[in-house]
Design a protein around this ligand. Structure first.
Ligand SMILES: *[C@@H]1O[C@H](CO)[C@@H](O)[C@H](O)[C@H]1NC(C)=O
Ligand SMILES: *[C@@H]1O[C@H](CO)[C@@H](O)[C@H](O)[C@H]1NC(C)=O
Ligand SMILES: *[C@@H]1O[C@H](CO)[C@@H](O)[C@H](O)[C@H]1NC(C)=O
Ligand SMILES: *[C@@H]1O[C@H](CO)[C@@H](O)[C@H](O)[C@H]1NC(C)=O
Ligand SMILES: *[C@@H]1O[C@H](CO)[C@@H](O)[C@H](O)[C@H]1NC(C)=O
Ligand SMILES: *[C@@H]1O[C@H](CO)[C@@H](O)[C@H](O)[C@H]1NC(C)=O
Ligand SMILES: *[C@@H]1O[C@H](CO)[C@@H](O)[C@H](O)[C@H]1NC(C)=O
Ligand SMILES: CC(=O)N[C@H]1CO[C@H](CO)[C@@H](O)[C@@H]1O
Length: 447
């Protein structure tokens, strides 16, 4: 056993490669109307690699430093769409935390992955769009610029063109074509229209984004979608626009009101956020420990974030439950023995509806380049800069089934039926079918 306190990070590098087993488009039968199912896989966008030094004590008392390369894989969830008159195939990261769609321009070919183009291959693995060659493309000639929480920025030009998803053509979809970014993949933002980047300090313009276009084209009845992230190799992740797949959750589907996430939000209905009433740690002998101490949080359900973010108070309260935990300042992670974590679950209480997610969902395995999995795992929770809200990322969302209804401003959550290969899709025409209101439905909280 290696004591992680002795590990010193010498340098960390995040890089992306064309060797990842990314998303395959598996066409399914589209017989029913009123919904569109997009199938996806967890997409490995690249590895983070850290060179770690470990001081070993020699018998004579002197120290000898040896170096290891540690790697862990980063991931996101994506779908493939086809754009323009030539049907350019582009892979996009699905993001409930933003509302704009943008694609990588073919002018980027050879310049993608600019984060580290100097030392690595810079192919645009996730596809590009050549708007000069698309006869149906209209250039709005207005500037697009978006900044994400992780510090990445994308800059380009607005336009519209036809977009086909799972073989369904949708006319005049607004999206930006990006020629400057350090991101490696384009984004399909499916949040509220008010969150669109055109609604900024200079203008209050909003436009029809992709889910809204699907609705106005009659492909779906309401601006709703259901998200299932847990799929193994045989049973894919999926997002059903306009419908709900009853085979992908177990137990109750519980309705929660959307709440505002931040005081700066331009409206109550601005982001896909709900009330997190309490958070508890459950150990294998059934003991529950309240971590939140009566404090409620607004919780953003964000598929665009690989990991979840907790305010430091909640983070400290959680970490104090584990006697052997270590914090690596240079790696930015709390480290715990992987085996110790397996006997714990986290209980997220949303207005009386409890969702239990294994702590194992929140672990990062570190692997040496020779493929040896380390005994110590990183805990994926990141520190949130504000103290009244949390971001629940893919590590949380892979354990739940999420139905978002942007027309009626409600979200239904259920426990995910893991690795479910079945399919039982119902179109959403009115309220979310089979969902019942949370016990404490009116007890919302927002900053
Ligand atoms: C689209 O591109 C992705 C990623 O390169 C690939 O896996 C997929 O097979 C392509 N789809 C089609 C229909 O060509
Ligand atoms: C990334 O990590 C995975 C597993 O840790 C490994 O299989 C893969 O080869 C790595 N890719 C690169 C480019 O190092
Ligand atoms: C499209 O054409 C313009 C003008 O010829 C050129 O400047 C631009 O680089 C082209 N873009 C792409 C993506 O080929
Ligand atoms: C508003 O416009 C100014 C001038 O064009 C620009 O510098 C600024 O970045 C814009 N603000 C936003 C929020 O886009
Ligand atoms: C692009 O132009 C069209 C047509 O004028 C307009 O409907 C649409 O809102 C514009 N898109 C953006 C993102 O401004
Ligand atoms: C789905 O959940 C199972 C059980 O927790 C896990 O083993 C599997 O890796 C998950 N699949 C994905 C794609 O997250
Ligand atoms: C349950 O586990 C906790 C810590 O994990 C321990 O403090 C407590 O004594 C245990 N209770 C029983 C009844 O085993
Ligand atoms: C964004 C990023 O990871 N940049 C790294 C690119 O590679 C150089 C060294 O090769 C690092 O110093 C950067 O931090």
């Amino acid at each position: 056993m290696r004591n992680p306190l002795l590990l010193t990070v010498l340098s960390c590098l995040t890089y992306f490669t064309d060797a990842h087993p990314y998303y395959n488009l598996n066409k399914k039968d589209e017989t029913s109307d009123g919904f569109i199912k997009l199938v996806g896989h967890k997409t490995y966008g690249g590895n983070s690699s850290c060179v770690v030094g470990d001081f070993l004590q020699r018998r004579d008392g002197s120290e000898n430093m040896i170096e290891y390369d540690f790697e862990f894989q980063r991931y996101f969830y994506s779908v493939d769409v086809r754009i323009g008159s030539n049907g350019d195939n582009v892979t996009l990261l699905v993001d409930t935390g933003s509302s704009d769609m943008w694609v990588m321009s073919s002018a980027m070919n050879g310049r993608c992955n600019t984060a580290n183009s100097s030392d690595l291959d810079s192919d645009c693995d996730f596809g590009t769009f050549n708007y000069n060659d698309s006869s149906s493309f209209h250039n709005n000639e207005t500037d697009f610029k978006i900044s994400y929480n992780d510090g990445t920025v994308a800059i380009g030009v607005w336009g519209y063109d036809k977009v086909a998803i799972e073989g369904h053509p949708i006319a005049d979809v607004n999206f930006a074509v990006v020629e400057q970014t350090e991101s490696e993949v384009g984004v399909l933002g499916i949040g509220y229209p008010l969150l669109e980047s055109t609604n900024n300090g200079n203008s209050t313009r909003v436009y029809e984004n992709l889910p809204m276009r699907m609705k106005s084209e009659g492909l779906i009845k309401k601006n709703t979608y259901s998200i299932y992230l847990n799929g193994s190799d045989d049973s894919d992740a999926s997002i059903v626009f306009g419908g709900i797949d009853h085979s992908k959750y177990t137990g109750d589907l519980t309705l929660l009101p959307v709440v505002s996430f931040s005081r700066e939000d331009k409206s109550r209905y601005f982001r896909v956020a709900v009330t997190l009433t309490t958070m508890k740690l459950l150990n294998s002998n059934g003991t529950q420990t309240d971590l939140s101490d009566g404090v409620k949080y607004a919780a953003l359900l964000d598929t665009g974030s690989t990991y979840s973010f907790l305010p430091s108070r909640l983070l400290k309260s959680l970490m104090s439950q584990f006697p052997n935990i270590q914090y690596s300042k240079s790696m930015g992670y709390y480290l715990i023995q992987c085996s110790q974590a397996s006997s714990f679950n986290l209980v997220f209480d949303f207005q009386g509806f409890n969702i239990q997610v294994p702590l194992a969902n929140f672990l990062i395995n570190f692997v040496t380049p020779r493929g040896k999995i380390q005994e110590w795992c990183g805990i994926s929770f990141q520190k949130m800069s504000s103290d009244d809200r949390v971001i629940l990322g893919d590590d949380f969302m892979s354990g739940v089934y999420t139905v978002v209804d942007l027309d009626d401003n409600v979200i239904a959550l259920g426990l995910a039926e893991l690795d479910s290969p079945d399919e039982d899709i119902e179109a959403i025409t009115d309220s979310i079918p089979s969902a019942t209101s949370a016990l404490l439905y009116s007890e919302t909280w927002s900053p």
